[in-house]
Ligand binder design. Structure first.
Ligand code: SAM
Ligand code: SF4
Length: 331
């Protein structure tokens, strides 16, 4: 029992941990305006819970752990959590997903404590529009956060923009130019119909094909496809010739990359989610706080992995999609 292989032969090596449900933004495609995290302190995984769960997962072959949220930089003790996780033998990669509003303050400390790379969400460079999409965010602070991550030495740095028709699709080109100027990578994300907010904003969905057509027109003759690795996930990526940047589209809706899925998700409340598009979960919080032995917890995880579905069902029916909000799942 030292590897997690599901019944479709996929080895699970990547765990995404949402370390808080709180967020300082309210991106309209991610969470309802009135969403208030419904949890007391004891409901949330403690440092010790997180450390124990990740250690057990590393013994089962997990090598990559992403810190996400909500907004992970709002979690008290984020630097300590980063340190605890990156010190676990077998964890070799610990990226962070953040909206970067607080990254200017945290980047050097996080880098020193094992956060080697970062994905930063930025959907618009226009201050008023950015504020509208995030319902209150300040794009200048986010750009300061990006600069701080570059200065701290995090690499690679990717900016992620959800491409939305009629909302920010006129900025595809300027966001690419921004990434090139900063020498960092950019990915456009297809809107996913997850939770009430995601389902509502699905009317603005842009397909991978449409996004790629715009990228290709803007960067005519300057794109070299990057051969996908087994673990690239749902993204098609291109090197932008004669720059330090790459561009790609994360198309979880247009494309099923489920056959190569190597990931599972853990919520801040300790629920292990096997697939973004299905309801199934088990409580690892209850398991690590019980008197179960490590081997018994491992068996529980192995049994759960056996329930990982073959693929999500975004395309056939949105009724299958979890009622959880993205802000709870962590993207
Ligand atoms: N707060 C951090 C951030 O914004 O990067 C981390 C958590 S956020 C839930 C992770 C990613 O999920 C972000 O890149 C965000 O754009 C994406 N996301 C949220 N709701 C989405 C939706 N309905 N469709 C596609 N992407 C979504
Ligand atoms: Fe917060 Fe990230 Fe969701 Fe925006 S996408 S509301 S920043 S969790």
């Amino acid at each position: 029992m030292n590897k997690l292989i599901d019944k479709f032969g996929r080895q699970i090596t990547y765990l995404r941990i949402s370390i808080t449900e709180h967020c300082n933004f309210k991106c309209f495609y991610c969470r309802d305006d009135e969403h208030i995290p419904n949890c007391k302190r004891e409901d949330i995984l403690s440092y010790e819970d997180i450390q124990k769960i990740v250690r057990i997962f590393s013994e089962l072959g997990i090598s990559k752990v992403r810190l996400t949220g909500g907004e992970p930089l709002l979690r008290r003790g984020i630097v300590k959590i980063a340190n605890l996780i990156s010190s676990i033998p077998g964890i070799t990669d610990m990226p962070l997903s953040t909206n970067a509003q607080l990254l200017e303050k945290f980047a050097p400390k996080l880098y020193a404590n094992g956060v080697n790379r970062v994905n930063i969400s930025i959907d618009s460079l226009i201050p008023a529009r950015f504020k509208e999409i995030t319902r209150g965010g300040n794009v200048h602070e986010v750009i300061n956060g990006i600069d701080a991550a570059i200065k701290a030495g995090m690499h690679p740095i990717k900016i992620n923009a959800v491409a939305m028709r009629g909302i920010n699709d006129d900025e595809i080109e300027s966001l690419i130019d921004f990434a090139i100027k900063k020498g960092i990578d950019i990915r456009f994300i297809e809107t996913m119909p997850i939770g009430a907010a995601g389902i509502k904003s699905f009317t603005q969905h842009m397909s991978e094909k449409d996004i790629l057509a715009r990228i290709e027109k803007h960067l005519k003759g300057r794109l070299t496809p990057i051969i996908p690795s087994q673990t690239d996930g749902p993204a098609s990526n291109y090197k932008i010739n004669n720059t330090n940047s790459s561009v790609g589209v994360i198309s979880a809706v247009s494309n099923h990359f489920c056959q190569a899925c190597n990931r599972i998700r853990l919520t801040a409340k300790g629920e292990l989610i096997l697939c973004l598009g299905q309801e199934d979960s088990i409580s690892l919080k209850d398991a690590v706080r019980s008197d179960l032995s490590d081997n018994e917890i491992k068996q529980l995880i192995v049994n759960a992995i056996n329930k990982k579905p073959e693929k999500h069902e975004f395309n056939s029916s949105i009724d299958n999609i979890s009622n959880r909000q993205m802000v709870e799942i962590g993207g």
